[in-house]
Each structure stands twice: as C-alpha cells, then as structure tokens.
Ligand binder design. Sequence first.
Ligand code: NOJ
Length: 532
Amino acid sequence: MANKDSWFPGSVIYQIYPRSFYDTNNDGIGDLRGIIQKLGYLAGSENSLGVDAIWLSPFYLSPMIDFGYDVADHCAIDPVFGTMDDFDELIEKAHERNIKVILDFIPNHVSDQHKWFREARMSKNSKKRNWFVWRDLREDGAPPSNWLSVFGGSAWEFDATSKQYYLHTFLKQQPDLNWDNPEVRSAMKDIMKFWLNKGVDGFRVDSVCWLSKDEECRDDPINTDFDSRTHSSYDSLDHIYSRDGPKLYAYLSELASVLDQYKDKVIVVEANPNLNKDKGYYLSFYNNVEPHVMAPFNFAVLNMPWDARSVKHYVDTFQAGLRSEYNPIYVLSNHDKSRIVTRLGVSAARTAATLLLTLPGSPFLYYGDEIGMENAAVADDNALDPITGRETYAEAGRDPERTPMQWSNGVNAGFSAVKPWLPIGEKYLQSNVLLEEDDKSSMLNLYKQLISLRRSNEAIHHGRYEPFDAPDQDIFGFQRIVDDEVILVLLNFVGESRVVDIDGDILFSTHPTATTGVLAPNEAQIIKLRGV
Ligand code: NOJ
C-alpha cells in the first residue's frame, strides 16, 4: 500500500459532506456545483488549504432517510445535489487542480426504495429475492435470531406480504444485501467500474464488517461487560455471528481486485472493531485483503480519552505492527462523530491537528474542522438524523456535526442565500473562512501551515515512525525519520506547561511564540533535531 509511486501514501484527504458544503441553487442544501465553486479553497490556488484529495459523502439518488447512506440508485445523482454533468465537471475541475476524488461506496445495504429490493419483496419467488437476507419466523413467531440493529432494536423487519423477515443492520429502510449471492457481488463490482470509468480515484467503503455473516443466523451471545449507561443497546450482544463473518476478507479481496484493472486507485474501508476491542482488528485488513490496495480507517484515537499515555501506547503499538508497505489512515472526526473542538476544546484541538498531520499515512480531515467548527445546537423538534434520541451514545444524533460550512460572517454564514437544511453553528461569527484567512493565529492558518510543512518535509511526509519516550508522561512524542533527518513531534496533552530538554530547531508550534525546552499548556511543537 505505501507504494511511493502511488499518490495516496502521505496524502491529506478532506471529507466533504455535500449537503453542507456550499449551496449554489438556493434550496438550503449544498450541491455538486457548490463543491466545484469551492475547489480553489481546497487546493491549486495560492491561498488554498492544500489538500491532496476529497472524499465525497453520498450524493446518489436516495430517499435520504439516512441522508444518502440509503441508496436508491448507485449510478444516479440525487437531483438535490445536481446532475451527472455536474459530477463530470467536478471530476474534471478537481483533476485540473490535482485534487483526487474518492467516492463513498455503500455495499452492505440499499434503500428499501431501490428497484432490487422493491422487486425482491414482491414475492418469495422473485428473481431478486435472494439478493437480500430473508428468513422465516421462529416457531413462536419471534424474529429469526436475536441480532440487533446498530441503530437500535431488532435487525429483523417482518414483511406481512411474504410472511418472512428481512435483515437490516441499520434502519429498516436499509435492507442488507446478501453478499453470499455472487450476483450481488458482481452487481456491486459493476457499480465500482461505472465510477472508475468516470475517472474517480478511489472509494471510501461503508460499514464493511457486516458484508459477511453467519449464514445460519445463529444468536449472538450476551456481552457480559455491557453497561447501559455508557454503551449503546447494540453493544448488549457480542456480535460473533452477525458481523465479521468467515468470508469477509474474500469479499473485500473481490472488491480490491476491481481496482487492479485500473491505475493507482485506492480503497479505504470503514470497519469498527466489535465492542471497540482492537486487538489486531485493523491490522487484519492489511494482512488478509489481496491485492494490497485497501486500508482501514483507524478510529482508535478518536474513540479513546485524550490522554498522552493511552494515545502513545496505542500509536506506538499499532505502528510497530505495520509492515512498511502498509499505509495507516488515522481519523479524528467525521460525519458520525462529535466535532474535535467540541470534544477537546480549542487549544487541544490545535494539538490534535498537529498529531493528525504529522503521523504517518494518509490523514482524513472532516470539513469545517480546519476552521474550528463546533457541534451546533439542534433543537429536538428540528432534529433530522433518524437516530436522534435512540441511543445513549448519540442522544443528540449526528446533526450537530453536520451543519453548514461557515464561509463568512454574512447571511447564513455565506453557505446559502436561504435558510439552510440544518442550523448554522452559533459561533460562526468567530469561526469562518473569511475571517480566519486574515488571522495568522487562526485554526485555518494552523492547518495550512501543517499541511504545507507535511508536503515540503520528506520525513513528515514519508518518513518512518519511531517512538520517543518524552521526559514527562503528559507529553506524547514521536519521531519521523528519513535518511539522516530526524523530526521530533512533541504534543503536550494537558493544560499546564512542561519542561523538555531537547536540542533542536523548532519548525512549527501551535503557539504564537515557542521556546525551546518548554511546552506551554496544550502546545505542540515540531522540531528538527540537531546533530543526528
Ligand atoms: C456508516 C456511515 O458513516 C453512517 O453515516 C451511516 O449511517 C451508516 N454507515 C449506515 O450506512
């Protein structure tokens, strides 16, 4: 994977949630033309952020029950986002700026409005019946197994017409495809080819751990560590049968092999360890999927407390397990998780940005984090995310981290001329692109500096990772090394200053003034070591 001839290793990828990026047709919803108009913000102009690629969350035809993760036609653009001509223009204009384009690909389920499912549910004899997972009731009328939906409740929905249940790992409007059926796999591979032939550079593949399940649908055992105060109801079971089944890597290898027929394309998979127990889970995707064009997101740091010891222990161990050709994909936020500033505060968010942009591999940034956007308050009555209020872990749903990009301090933060689909974040007057472009100390300029340093410094861009034992346990330090150049990254995880006895030149600091040998509260420094 970490093939130096490929564009991907070392690249910075920017996630765009199209509904919330920029609205050009004044319907309050972002669109593809909005992305085209804002490409210069991202790369290819003097003052751009400087990212290498964009990942577009789904823009396919969809009833939008799960905001596009319920696809009704994988090869059509939902009119709310524009047309196929807009898409073709987007690819062309992005490539002119040397921005690669990665699409969201959702293989585990479709919308219940997809023609495949509409046909499948017509009768037990339908040709598409076996494209989905149908099972009979138990003798007592109960669902076929105790499997749970990630979004709460049973994963089985009763279909009164055929008197069978169908499986839905997410919403009941998102029936799971039956990946054990070769026709399904073939259809999904054709969809990938459709977009690859249009010139896309890769895919972010949704929810892959559910592609293979126990064909007998045996009951998952109880999770004996379950605590309803801290876990979602889904975690009350240990999902040994309903996910990560025996064919998972074989199916992913089939997807990966599609890319082999093209040049320099990539796949990043969304795979969450069962009950958050990593234990080599991410590594197994590198080790078991052939050809090596696939890497899993690593959500471990995003899901752990912001504590230098834990993060150091995790990253040092994970890096030690990676072969040199494996490309790590660290993530600190996305459209399903609380914003970084909301989780950590502004000061630590600057440290987090430094961490993400100095670690090896290909970091993914979530739109708006670069201007320090925070979760917006979305009143319960206005909540749109279907899982709002369903689960302890996501009581407020995911709307707060999906609000419109804050471009300026103007009407609707410069996102749209009309009322946007979700409210504008309350702090848009302070956190917006226009204002931050002119403020040297802004979050936006911090991200720009880090991305530019990453690009210009070979050690940070492609160097190997070496652990570093900092003199203080509240500091996470690591080295990036290429030939005889050693870059030391020091991150102070606490709100108090710390002394470090280091001899080097400070290339970057999160603070306006930096002093060698001292880390101010929450300061991160990037240091070129002397005399190595
Ligand atoms: C993971 C996606 O990130 C999330 O937004 C979506 O709701 C589920 N998969 C279901 O597709």
